[in-house]
Design a protein around this ligand. Structure first.
Ligand code: IMP
Ligand code: MG
Length: 178
């Protein structure tokens, strides 16, 4: 796999440290037993698995799968729910966990949806933020790292469903997706 990576942006140790810091920040703000941690599959799964194990209070876990990317590296802006949540979020507080906020379309759509379903509060936590490509107005409450406008993989992020299992965040060599 390493042959496909042009450079490492954040290594395992840096991610681990940052995730712990985020967990502390979230605990300070959101601690309480009515919190639903809603992970956006598949990319958010690594972050949420590491994050929730840092929480010293019980939370409810649920998962949603959406597609906003059909292929390649450009968002279509069209958000489609492929797997919905199982639990009723009416009156509950929701923390959405995502791998990356790029155009912002996915999270703008989900935040709106959960509010329509009666969530008392919806906060957003993302491992990565790529502000250069933002299209939708969206407040991101917890950000692991800000990254430049480069296509990255690893720690949940994929290129054509591959590389999610890299333990670090790296930039793919252009020839991989050329
Ligand atoms: P948005 O709706 O444009 O904010 O896109 C969010 C989704 O696009 C993320 O959940 C990722 O699946 C995907 N995405 C955006 N940028 C990257 C990247 O650099 N690498 C891998 N996936 C990305
Ligand atoms: Mg994805």
């Amino acid at each position: 796999m390493e042959n496909s990576i042009a450079k490492i942006l954040y290594n395992e140790e840096q991610i681990k440290t940052r995730v712990k810091e985020m967990a502390q920040e979230i605990t300070k703000d959101l601690m309480g037993d009515d919190l639903i941690v809603l992970t956006v599959l598949k990319g958010g799964a690594m972050l949420s698995a590491d994050l929730v194990r840092c929480f010293d209070f019980p939370v409810t876990l649920d998962y949603i799968a959406v597609s906003s990317y059909y292929s390649g590296t450009v968002s279509t802006g069209n958000v489609q729910i492929k797997k919905d949540t199982d639990i009723n979020i009416n009156g509950k507080r929701v923390l959405i966990v995502e791998d990356i906020v790029d155009s912002g379309n996915t999270l703008a759509h989900l935040k709106e949806l959960f509010k329509l379903r009666g969530a008392k509060d919806v906060k957003i936590c993302t491992l990565l933020n790529k502000p250069a490509r933002r299209v939708a107005e969206i407040k991101v409450d917890y950000i692991g790292f800000e990254i430049p406008d480069e296509f990255v993989v690893g720690y949940g992020l994929d290129y054509n469903q591959l590389y999610r299992n890299l333990p670090y965040i790296g930039v793919l060599k252009p020839e991989v997706y050329a």
